[in-house]
Design a protein around this ligand. Structure first.
Ligand code: MG
Ligand code: MG
Length: 275
């Protein structure tokens, strides 16, 4: 069952996503070599609660934390901990969910810490650009398959990266994960027709090597089978008659990264912001 949202409901989703965006910006201002996932998770939870929200992931299917923190070869769903210390050259995917006024915000960003190799920066850039290619394809009259096709065509066919198959984007609203599924691969003109009021999270998970992933012993963390790095960027969006309305706002993150001296290299994706 797909829940199409009213304009009022879309505004509530925007408010929840605004807290998500600001939480990710806080994370972006803190990240540096020597830090742990536990530190950013504690700060994020306090920030979310200070802003009247509830961490959307904490307790979801018994997930134990507010953020998913997934460095390097971890794809998504990494559990923040005190043991794994971030080091110069790492990339860290941070996924954040917030429930505010009964609606879920959901967005993610992969942060480059310190001096990340050009090869890995390219993975981040292409993944981020693919998110916007997916968003552009999410317009009225297209189908869900057009979104996945746009992402897969750019990342897999053009850049020879691996698109994760086991994990997909999703509808988002009163529930964190609603119908429909929004795969990052697909065929043009297939799947559900996209209509105004549809609200979805688009979240390419792109591996530098092969597409294959496995779960680790904790039962949550997805890692690449070949242990090469993986990148992940996510926006929650609402489909409007006039275009795609991006509800999460990564400009807060970009502004925070500008001020963080430990973020040496910056993403300057060619397509970001243009929808
Ligand atoms: Mg997410
Ligand atoms: Mg999501």
């Amino acid at each position: 069952m797909i829940y199409y949202k009213t304009d009022e409901e879309i505004e509530l989703l925007r408010q929840a996503n605004l807290v998500v965006s600001k939480t990710l910006a806080l994370v972006g201002s803190m990240l540096r070599p020597g830090m742990t996932g536990k530190e950013i998770d504690d700060a994020a939870e306090a920030f979310i609660r200070d802003h009247g929200g509830v961490p959307g992931f904490k307790g979801y299917n018994n997930f134990p934390a507010s953020l998913c923190v997934s460095p390097n070869e971890q794809v998504v769903h990494g559990i923040p901990n005190k043991e794994l210390v971030f080091k110069d050259g790492d990339i860290v995917s941070v996924d954040c969910g917030v429930v505010l006024n009964g609606f879920n915000g959901d967005a993610a960003y992969t942060f480059p810490i310190g001096n990340v190799s050009e090869e890995v920066m390219k993975l981040l850039r292409v993944t981020y650009e693919s998110l916007y290619k997916g968003i552009k394809a999410a317009r009225v009259g297209n189908r869900i398959g057009d979104i996945g096709f746009a992402i897969q065509d750019y990342t897999e066919r053009k850049h020879n990266y691996g698109v994760v198959r086991e994990l997909v984007g999703h509808g988002v609203g009163r529930e964190l994960h609603e119908a429909p599924e929004v795969p990052n691969y697909g065929k043009r003109g297939r799947g559900l027709r996209i209509k105004p009021g549809l609200t979805i999270a688009i979240e390419p998970m792109i591996n530098m090597g092969k597409k294959y992933v496995e779960t680790s012993k904790d039962g949550w963390t997805y890692v690449t089978k070949d242990r090469l790095p993986s990148a992940h960027f996510e926006h929650s969006v609402a489909i409007r008659r006039t275009g795609v309305d991006i509800l999460s706002d990564h400009s807060f993150i970009e502004a925070a990264l500008d001020k963080n001296e430990y973020i040496v290299k910056r993403l300057h994706p060619a397509t970001a912001g243009v929808v």
